[in-house]
Ligand binder design. Structure first.
Ligand SMILES: [Zn+2]
Ligand SMILES: [Zn+2]
Ligand SMILES: [Zn+2]
Length: 239
């Protein structure tokens, strides 16, 4: 992790040096026609090579090696359809190490010539998912990791009254994270009563009243004016 961060700091200054930290190999039958590179904006899988005519679905495992280690530090099983669509086995749970690698490499992702990121595995505030995108000709693909946002819904703890503020609780449906929010005190106004010049209403709870002058807006033909608050309509006398 520390090494990867160091690497990234260097990368910001010298973008060309970013391929060194992990090497990536594929498993499976020899001659699987994909090229894989780790770049600063994700792990790129080049789907086609010279002379390659896609005809079958390919299943393979990407293996990530660190410091010429004997064993891979992370693996990612993928399936490439003959049309270049990427999928992974359902139920696959990415390891911490894999997510770390993908997260760090995806952090500097740029757009331009690439499709929007699409989800490979479910993502929410708890689950980190894998995302991918392809270039417009579908010959290259990038894989990265992403964490979703909380999904809050509220319940009323204390209802506001005419004089006192109330309280609601926002709780995430995925992870249970919650916080409180104050709702301001407010009257429960009845409908507007109207006179020629004023509109007024009465609170259904405490009987407080408010009265205002109409705020008129003229019609297009200039013949009538309507109050934008209460809807009171009057004819305009031009004489
Ligand atoms: Zn959450
Ligand atoms: Zn009231
Ligand atoms: Zn009015």
């Amino acid at each position: 992790m520390k090494k990867l961060l160091c690497c990234l700091l260097v990368l910001m200054m010298i973008p060309a040096m970013c391929l060194a930290d992990y090497t990536i190999h594929t498993s499976g039958k020899s001659g699987v026609p994909v090229k894989i590179r780790q770049e600063k904006d994700g792990v790129t899988i080049k789907l086609t090579e010279d002379g390659y005519k896609p005809s079958k679905t390919k299943t393979l495992t990407l293996k990530f090696y660190e410091d010429d280690s004997e064993e891979p530090v992370a693996e990612l099983p993928i399936t490439l359809s003959k049309r270049g669509k990427l999928s992974i086995k359902s139920g696959f749970e990415p390891s911490e190490k894999l997510l770390e690698i993908l997260h760090e490499t995806g952090r500097h992702a740029r757009t331009g010539g690439w499709t929007e990121w699409k989800y490979l595995t479910e993502t929410n505030c708890v689950t980190v998912g894998l995302i991918y995108r392809t270039n417009s000709t579908r010959t290259k693909m990038q894989i990265s990791a992403n964490k979703g946002k909380h999904e809050y819904k509220y319940t009323t703890v204390t209802k506001y009254t005419c004089e006192k503020p109330g309280k609601i609780r926002w709780k995430c449906v995925n992870c249970g994270d919650y916080y409180y929010e104050e709702t301001p005190a407010a009257h429960t106004w009845g409908s507007w009563a109207k006179t020629e010049t004023m509109h007024s209403h009465i609170c259904k709870v405490c009987k407080a009243t408010e009265e205002f002058e109409h705020t008129f807006k003229e019609s297009k033909d200039g013949k009538t004016a309507t109050c934008t608050v209460c809807g009171y309509k009057t004819a305009i006398d031009r004489d």
